[in-house]
Design a protein around this ligand. Structure first.
Ligand SMILES: Cc1ncc(COP(=O)(O)O)c(C=O)c1O
Length: 450
C-alpha cells in the first residue's frame, strides 16, 4: 500500500538537489495536495459549484465567535516590541496561560511548569522537532494505524525517522471493540522490530484519536506507558484534539497520569483543532525531560510563532468567562450535534458509522458500496466524490489496511456539511444503481435540519 501520491518528476538535474532535497521534491502528500485542490475552488454561497472540503480537519463550528473575540482590544495589540526578536521558545505570558489552562482542563498529576514548555508553529512543527531530537536517521517510531497520515511525513521529511504502523484490526475483539489498541501488541511489535536490528526509539499515540474518534482510558494509557518504559522507548502523546470531546465525555490526558519514565515522555497540544485556529500556527511541547527541552530550545529560532500571535492566544485562554464558560462547552455540544447529524445521514446512505467520542470527524465504512473490496475502488469512490464536488479522505490514505473506510469532517458550517453529504449521497446512489443489490433499504432524500 502506498499512502502518498508519488509523482516522479521529469528529468530533474541530478546535481541540483541534495538527496534530502530530492526526497522532498519527489513526492506529493495526499492530504496537502487535496487541501490545495479544494482551496483553489472552495464551495461558498458565491461559488456554489466549488468543492466542499470534508477532508481537511478544520473546526469552523464557532468561527465567527472566535473572530469576534480575537478582534477585541486585548488580542492583536501591536506595539514596537512586536518588531523585535523575542524568546523563540515561546513567550512567558502564553506559557503561564497554558500552564493554567492545562491545570483547569487536563487534571495534571503534577504541576505543569510553564518554563518547561516550548511553543512552536503548529503541532506539525512539534512532530518534526521532537522526532529530530529523539531519533537519528533510520530510527523507528511506532504508531497505531489508521492514523493522521502526516505523522509519517512530519517525522521523516527532515528527521528521517521511519514510522512503523501498529495496525489495529477492524474485527471485534473479545469485548466487542473494533480497532482496539492492545499494549501486548505494542510490546510484540517493539520486540519483533528489535529482533531484526531496528532501533525502535519512540511510540506516538494520537488521543483523542484521529481518525477513529476514540479516547484511551487511564488504565490503557498506563499500560502503554509501562511497555514503553520497559523497553526505554519514548512516549509522545499527541493530544491536539484533547478538548474536542463530545458533550458528556471525559478525556484522560497524559498529564493526569503518574508517568513511569519522565525522561522519555512528552506531550503535544495546539490551537489548530480545539480552537479551530490552524491559521495561527501554535503548537506546544511539554517534555518531562530537561535534555529534550534543551535540544528543542536550540531549534526554536527556526520554528517559533510570532509574538503577537502568541499574545492573542494567551488572551483567549486567560479569559475564563469566554473560554471555559462559553467557547469550550458550546464547541463540545456542536461537535456532538454535527457528528449525530452526519452519522444519521450517512447511515441512511448505507454507510456503516463507527461510534466516536471525540474529534472533528466520522470514520465511516462504505465497503458495501464498493464494486470490489480493493484500494483501487476505494480511490475511485474518492475520485467520484471529488468530481461531484466533495472531498473525503479514503481510509487507506490514513494507513487503514482494509478497504472501504473513509474519514469525513463534520466540524464545517452546517450548509457545507449538508451540501457535501447531498453530493456524497448522489455518488453512492449512482454506485448502487450500477449494482442494484447494494441499494440500502431506505434511502431518503438529502436535506436535514439546519
Ligand atoms: C493528530 C494531529 N496532529 C497534528 C496535526 C497538525 O496540526 P497543526 O495544524 O498544529 O500543525 C493534525 C492536523 O490535522 C492532527 O490531526
Amino acid at each position: 500500500m502506498a499512502p502518498e501520491v508519488k509523482s516522479v518528476p521529469q528529468n530533474r538535474t541530478e546535481s541540483v538537489l541534495s538527496k534530502r532535497g530530492k526526497h522532498l521534491a519527489d513526492y506529493q502528500d495526499f492530504l496537502v495536495a487535496n487541501l490545495n485542490k479544494a482551496s483553489a475552488n472552495p464551495f461558498s454561497e458565491e461559488n456554489p459549484g466549488g468543492i466542499v472540503n470534508l477532508g481537511t480537519a478544520v473546526n469552523r463550528l464557532l468561527e465567527s465567535d472566535l473572530a469576534t473575540r480575537l478582534a477585541q482590544d486585548d488580542c492583536f495589540k501591536f506595539s514596537p516590541l512586536n518588531q523585535h526578536y523575542y524568546d523563540f521558545r515561546g513567550i512567558k505570558c502564553l506559557k503561564i496561560s497554558l500552564s493554567n489552562f492545562f491545570a483547569r482542563h487536563f487534571q495534571p498529576y503534577k504541576r505543569v511548569i510553564a518554563e518547561k514548555m516550548i511553543i512552536f508553529n503548529g503541532v506539525s512543527s512539534c512532530l518534526d522537532a521532537i522526532s529530530h531530537v529523539l531519533c537519528d536517521p533510520g530510527d523507528i517510531i511506532i504508531t497505531p494505524t489508521p492514523v493522521y497520515a502526516r505523522i509519517f511525513t512530519d517525522v521523516h521529511d527532515a528527521a528521517r525517522a521511519i514510522v512503523e504502523p501498529l495496525p489495529l484490526s477492524e474485527e471485534e475483539d473479545e469485548n466487542g471493540q473494533t480497532f482496539a489498541l492492545k499494549p501486548e501488541e505494542l510490546e510484540r511489535k517493539i520486540v519483533s522490530l528489535r529482533a531484526t536490528g531496528k532501533n525502535v526509539r519512540c511510540f506516538i499515540l494520537v488521543t483523542p484519536n484521529n481518525p477513529l474518534g476514540d479516547i484511551y482510558s487511564a488504565e490503557l494509557m498506563m499500560e502503554l506507558l509501562n511497555v514503553c518504559a520497559k523497553y526505554e522507548v519514548h512516549f509522545v502523546s499527541d493530544e491536539i484534539y484533547g478538548l474536542s470531546v463530545f458533550e458528556g465525555t471525559k478525556f484522560t490526558s497524559l498529564l493526569s497520569l503518574d508517568i513511569p519514565d519522565p525522561s522519555r515522555t512528552h506531550l503535544l497540544w495546539g490551537f489548530s483543532k480545539d480552537f479551530g485556529l490552524a491559521g495561527l500556527r501554535i503548537g506546544v511541547i511539554y517534555s518531562f525531560s530537561e535534555d529534550v527541552f534543551q535540544a528543542l530550545s536550540n531549534m526554536s529560532l527556526y520554528k517559533c510563532t510570532p509574538q503577537i500571535v502568541q499574545e492573542a492566544a494567551a488572551a483567549l485562554i486567560e479569559d475564563i468567562e469566554w473560554c471555559d464558560k462559553f467557547y469550550l462547552p458550546l464547541n463540545s455540544t456542536r461537535l456532538a450535534n454535527a457528528y449525530e447529524y452526519a452519522a444519521s445521514r450517512l447511515q441512511s446512505m448505507g454507510v456503516q458509522v463507527r461510534p466516536a467520542k471525540a474529534g472533528l470527524f466520522i470514520w465511516g465504512n462504505a465497503r458495501s458500496l464498493l464494486h470490489s473490496p480493493t484500494e483501487e475502488d476505494e480511490m475511485k469512490l474518492h475520485e467520484e466524490a471529488l468530481d461531484a464536488g466533495v472531498y473525503i479522505v479514503p481510509g487507506m490514505k490514513l494507513y487503514c489496511t482494509t478497504p472501504g473506510w473513509f474519514r469525513l469532517i463534520t466540524s464545517v458550517t452546517r450548509k457545507e456539511l449538508q451540501v457535501g453529504l447531498d453530493r456524497l449521497q448522489e455518488v453512492l446512489e449512482a454506485r448502487a444503481k450500477r449494482c442494484p443489490e447494494k441499494l440500502p433499504d431506505n434511502v431518503p432524500n438529502g436535506g436535514g435540519d439546519n
